[in-house]
Design a protein around this ligand. Structure first.
Ligand code: NAI
Ligand code: MG
Length: 351
């Protein structure tokens, strides 16, 4: 079996962590008894600065034929963030109908949480974030710019199909895990879209009687992710709320450098995309200290998605074993003094 993976390293440390992860991806595939062919597309901010577009016009057709996509990050200090994000990541998520964004937050043994009193695997939850609509819908306008009556409108859209898709995936995950689902909305203030969302959660809950459903408003959920992160199992949230809560999830479980993510096309008619949660980190770009583990864990999720369970587990366990080992190299975000390359070399010995 050979899988055909598209690599989109992107910008900044995105390029560093994808390059560093490649040899591990190949090792893990070989041990898993399959091979991976990669095609690298150097799209992103450098291309934008030279040619005025992050990706070529036929980018989506080019990516369409691949089995999966591994993305680094996009973002450049000289280009507004909405240009980079809307020029590359959001169009891919939308074109390939990657409606489900799955982001696990695990406090690995040997990693220190900034919160007191938690250790190895006390924190272990997964956020299911709606990924192609909601607050990130490209609907709105900005008129009369520069005049006193200037106005900006940004509309959030919740479709029944999209909401059902994310909610159903979250229930499926809760059923396989500890049977607890937390539905995060803001239905007190946003009485149209969010009340509709709650209604769909209630409808689908009927199909999963063994899953306990808790409801939290997003402000209370933010507090509780700090106050009692160990009590969460599966969280389902809209695009914006899921985005915010997963940064919180990443940091309470140790570092942005450890948080992986999957953008999934549930029906399987288009490729899914896997990427670390973090951005291009211009503050550390070029220093060789970016933590590659979020990307390695994202590759584990990619293998899992392709049905290569052994290779997925092998990668995940290698990361867990390295983090649990006092003597292993660590990047500065985890309190160490090692660089990306030494973390990768050590990891290859653990596969
Ligand atoms: P960021 O995630 O790039 O960095 C936040 C902080 O975490 C920085 O101090 C950075 O050094 C640290 N950090 C992140 N990843 C790390 C890693 N692997 N190892 C060690 N430390 C790490 O977020 P920020 O600074 O808000 O955004 C920088 C750029 O990235 C912006 O242009 C933004 O638009 C873009 N961005 C892109 C994302 C993506 O492509 N998925 C997601 C978030 C931001
Ligand atoms: Mg984010």
């Amino acid at each position: 079996m050979t899988y055909d993976i598209a690599l989109l390293p992107g910008d900044g440390i995105g390029v560093e962590v994808v390059d560093a992860t490649l040899p591990i991806l190949e090792d893990a595939a070989e041990r898993g008894g399959f091979s991976v062919e990669t095609t690298r597309y150097d799209w992103g901010s450098e291309r934008y600065l030279q040619e005025g577009a992050m990706m070529p016009a036929d980018a989506i057709e080019t990516l369409e034929g691949h089995d999966a996509i591994l993305l680094g990050a996009v973002g450049h200090p000289d280009i507004p963030d909405h240009v980079t994000l809307r020029g590359m990541m959001l169009p891919i998520r939308k074109a390939f109908d990657q409606q489900v964004c799955k982001r696990p937050s695990v406090l690995f043994e040997g990693v220190e949480s900034p919160l007191r009193g938690y250790e190895g695997e006390d924190i272990d939850f997964v956020v299911f974030r709606e990924n192609t609509e909601g607050e990130y819908t490209d609907a709105g306008g900005h008129e009369h710019q520069g005049y006193a009556h200037e106005v900006a409108v940004q509309t959030a859209i919740y479709t029944r199909q999209g909401t059902e898709a994310i909610v159903r995936e979250a229930f499926e995950a809760a059923e396989e895990r500890d049977g607890r689902l937390t539905n995060v909305t803001k239905s007190n203030a946003q009485a149209h879209g969010m009340v509709f969302w709650d209604q769909i959660v209630a409808e689908i809950a009927e199909e999963y009687p063994e899953v306990t459903v808790e409801r939290l408003l997003v402000d209370a959920a933010s507090m509780d992710l700090v106050r009692r992160p160990d009590e969460f199992d599966v969280i389902v949230a809209s695009n914006l709320f899921g985005d915010i809560l997963t940064d919180l999830g990443a940091i309470v479980s140790g570092s942005m450098g450890l948080a992986p993510s999957a953008n999934i096309n549930v029906e399987g008619h288009s490729p899914s995309m896997f990427e670390p949660v973090h951005g291009s980190a211009p503050d550390i770009t070029g220093e060789g200290v970016a933590n590659p583990l979020a990307t390695v864990l994202s590759v584990s999720m990619l293998f899992d998605h392709l049905g290569e369970d052994d290779a997925a587990a092998n990668l995940w366990n290698a990361v867990a074993s390295q983090l649990a080992d006092d003597g292993a190299p660590r990047t500065p975000d985890l309190g160490g003094a090692s660089g990306t390359e030494s973390v990768v070399s050590d990891l290859r010995t653990r596969l």
